[in-house]
Design a protein around this ligand. Structure first.
Ligand code: PLP
Length: 404
């Protein structure tokens, strides 16, 4: 067995549920990454919408360093100052009054769905257990959240799946109207489907879900794990719509690279989590909360948030211009700095090949399924890095056209 870190070693020692790129990044700064050979890349992937402030932001490094010398972990038998500060920041800036901290997005959604079931049993009917979710959504990989996302490719082989989850077409209010009943305890929705291809909810759809949930005493859960923390140019995407959910989940950019998730809700709903009814050893530990609290302070800044919109316009106009010349994409959707470029039918299935070519040219990108190139760069990526990364991407687009 080889001892140096390589893709071959990965194959030897890591469970084969991922297929990472052959290159191994070893350091990052801002929107730049360097691999083992010191080759430089512009990062438009952002750790899948996590590195909202780029790599090794000096103020986050400082917050991590400072807290690492004070206190790392206590468990939930004691509270801690950074967790209380972060909960105050999140609740002051949103509709929510209380926060539950987890270690990941899936766990935040797991908590939200469990809370919705418990709330329905506490206040209404023991049989009020149905969860409505939407086709093509993604809510995580625990058994409950992967079943809620419902995509066969992620659920297959893990049966029996948790029951009483109904999947309906996204943006189809009539089907929810037809289906929802007093047995529904929750409707969970991504305001913009991220993994599903950067597909935004129509305002009337979310408004209709709000009305239907209220009518049927069901809780409306917004999964903002990918769309939250400034990604769309508002702190959370729900703030772009005139719709307030009952529960909101956040993760990814909440920690900017430190593993943390949060479930936010009102006091009246939170009361259904009584002492001992749910928990996590690490959730809300002082080390992660100190970093997340600093990240929150940096992101929840009007200059950063309006900068997201400026950068979005830059991506949109440049991508459209290149695409006019190259003609690879049928749609370019920019939702703040969550960007989905859908390949024309002729190029369907080629998103992974484009990602690979882009990497060879020196820009890291993501895909969302086989047909969509997805970008989720740092919210503060300098304009010159946008230009340079897009130049590399254009070369990759041309190479794709030549190759196939
Ligand atoms: C909308 C959404 N929900 C939940 C998750 C799961 O988050 P995690 O991977 O941190 O468990 C993701 C991750 O991609 C996501 O995009």
């Amino acid at each position: 067995m080889e001892c140096t870190a390589s893709r071959r070693l990965f194959n030897e020692v890591i469970v084969p549920n991922y297929s990472p790129s052959p290159i191994i990044p070893v350091r990052g700064a801002g929107s730049h990454l360097w691999d083992q050979e010191d080759k430089e890349y512009i990062d438009f992937a952002g750790g899948i919408a996590v590195n909202a402030l780029g790599h090794c932001h000096p103020e986050l490094v400082q917050a991590l360093h400072k807290q690492s010398q004070k206190l790392w972990h206590l468990s939930n038998a004691w509270t801690n100052e950074p967790a209380l500060k972060l909960a105050e920041q999140l609740t002051k800036a949103t509709f929510a009054q209380q926060a539950y901290f987890s270690n990941s997005g899936a766990e935040a959604n797991e908590a939200a769905l469990k809370l919705a079931r418990k709330y329905a049993k506490d206040h209404f009917d023991p049989e009020k257990t149905e969860i409505i979710a939407f086709d093509n959504s993604f809510h995580g990989r625990t058994l409950l959240t992967v079943s809620t996302g419902g995509q066969p490719k992620y659920c297959k082989g893990f049966e029996p799946l948790p029951g009483d989850i109904t999947h309906l077409p996204y943006n189809d209010l009539a089907s929810v109207e037809y289906h929802i009943s007093n047995k529904t305890c929750a409707v969970i929705v991504e305001p913009i489907q991220g993994e599903g291809g950067v597909i935004p909810a129509e305002p009337l759809f979310l408004e209709g879900l709000r009305t239907l949930c209220t009518q049927h005493n069901a809780l409306l859960i917004f999964d903002e794990i990918q769309t939250g923390m400034g990604r769309t140019g508002n702190l959370f995407a729900y703030q772009n719509y005139e719709v307030i959910p009952d529960i909101l989940t956040s993760a990814k950019a909440l920690g900017c690279g430190i593993p943390i998730g949060a479930m936010l809700t009102t006091k009246a709903i939170a009361e259904s989590f009584t002492i001992g009814s749910h928990g996590s050893t690490y959730g809300g530990n002082p080390l992660v909360c100190a970093v997340a609290s600093k990240a929150f302070e940096l992101i929840n800044d009007p200059v950063v948030l309006s900068g997201v919109k400026q950068r979005q316009r830059m991506f949109q106009s440049k991508l459209e211009l290149f695409n006019q010349k190259i003609g690879l994409f049928s749609h370019i959707r920019t939702e703040g700095l969550l960007i989905g470029c859908e390949l024309q039918k002729k190029w369907h299935g080629k998103a992974p090949a484009l990602k690979q070519l882009a990497e060879q040219e020196g820009v890291m990108v993501l895909t969302a399924g086989p047909n969509i190139l997805r970008l989720a760069p740092s919210l503060i990526i300098p304009p010159k890095d946008i230009s340079q990364g897009l130049e590399h991407l254009t070369t990759a687009m041309l190479a794709l056209k030549m190759d196939f």
